[in-house]
Design a protein around this ligand. Structure first.
Ligand SMILES: NC(=O)c1ccc[n+]([C@@H]2O[C@H](COP(=O)([O-])OP(=O)(O)OC[C@H]3O[C@@H](n4cnc5c(N)ncnc54)[C@H](O)[C@@H]3O)[C@@H](O)[C@H]2O)c1
Length: 336
């Protein structure tokens, strides 16, 4: 049994997904590789031993020899391509965010609800990262007691000067929003956003700090600093009533020499989350083969929630006040 996949988008993420599907996921066949830029498609195809190339994203979705669709093209292409996949009745794994516009996300939720079956998975791969999974487990087995707070840091080496605080919220922070919802198993009720003054990165690229409240009364902090300079560093600490759990990152090993301990930071997200991408893609192919939605992967509803929280956070930053988060009513399809 195999799943014939159409990959749409062969940039940074698409190239990575293609490699993972070709080398690491049994049951997946890269049937066709599609990119608006044929040179990019050709380069990815070369590494994956696939001959079939296309520049017509909608066309490949409707092909009879394609069973499932993986979307790694830019954010604004996600919803139209997902809607096409839904109308073809095909499972789709789409990179995050579902859309930067929560109303657009709801169009996907409505289309899927209309079909009456879940076909959409959003690529919030941190759900498959072992440290976050351990945190979730520690809450479920009671070893940490009830969750009280969760602190999250998201630091990139640097971003272009045009990358604003608002972009840090819509582009980077949705990963935090999704994984915190996943670990805590609750929704956010309000958000307050602040931006630090920072001479090094200039006013646009200065760190953004969010304080989120949940319906269970927990407090969640999220720092997004896209100009941290020293390395790519994503970490979290979960504080419970009986203790806390923090991630030992960046590296599984340290070099100890000359009275010094050295750990290396990755330059970007790919080495840090390689295993999470691999497990996510494996889980997705398995869910296509079994015909039942993943129990871990983010649904279209999860994609909507992350985008709605990002929108409220952007509003808080621009209006300099706390914003209440109001979600639409969750359709039955997504209640597990
Ligand atoms: N999960 C993560 O950790 C993570 C990390 C980075 C980016 N992303 C997301 O992944 C997506 C892709 O990001 P990227 O950094 O790989 O971008 P990129 O610019 O490197 O690649 C995008 C590719 O899509 C192609 N493309 C654009 N429009 C197309 C269309 N209509 N049909 C076919 N191909 C089209 C472009 O030619 C390009 O090759 C974005 O949505 C981004 O937000 C996710």
């Amino acid at each position: 049994m195999s799943v014939r996949v159409a990959l749409i988008g062969c940039g940074v993420m698409g190239a990575d997904h293609a490699r993972i599907l070709a080398e690491d996921v049994s049951g997946a066949v890269l049937q066709v590789i599609c990119d608006a830029d044929q040179e990019r498609a050709r380069q990815v195809a070369e590494h994956c031993d696939t001959k079939d190339l296309s520049d017509d994203a909608e066309g490949v979705i409707f092909r009879k020899d394609v069973d499932a669709v993986m979307i790694a093209s830019p954010d604004d292409t996600h919803v139209p391509l997902i809607l096409a996949a839904l109308s073809a009745g095909k499972p789709v794994l789409c990179e995050k965010p579902l859309s930067q516009d929560s109303m657009e996300c709801l169009r996907v939720v409505e289309a899927e609800t209309g079909l009456g079956r879940r076909l959409v998975t959003v690529g919030y791969m941190r759900r498959f990262d072992l440290p976050y999974a351990r945190m979730k487990l520690a809450l479920e087995d009671g070893s940490l007691g009830r969750a009280v707070m969760m602190h999250n840091f998201h630091r990139n080496v640097h971003a272009p000067p045009s990358f604003t605080g608002q972009m840090a919220i819509t582009n980077s922070a949705p990963h935090e929003f999704d994984v915190v919802r996943f670990v805590l198993g609750t929704e956010f009720s309000a958000v307050s956003v602040f931006q630090a003054k920072c001479g090094v990165s200039g006013p646009t690229g200065a760190p953004v700090v969010m304080i989120l409240e949940t319906y269970e009364g927990q407090l969640v902090t999220v720092e997004v600093n896209v100009n941290a300079v020293y390395g790519y560093d994503v970490r979290a600490e979960l504080v419970g009533e009986k203790g806390s759990m923090s991630m030992n990152v960046p590296s599984p090993v340290a070099l100890n020499r000359d009275l010094t301990s050295l750990e290396r930071f990755p330059a970007d997200w790919r080495p840090r989350f390689h295993e999470a991408y691999r497990l996510q893609n494996k889980d997705w192919i398995n869910s296509v083969l079994t015909g039942s939605p993943s129990k871990i992967g983010a649904s279209a509803w999860d994609g909507y929630c992350a985008s709605a929280v990002a929108e409220a956070s952007v509003q808080s930053l621009s209006e300099n006040r706390k914003i209440k988060i109001r979600l639409a009513e969750m359709p039955k399809l997504y209640r597990i």
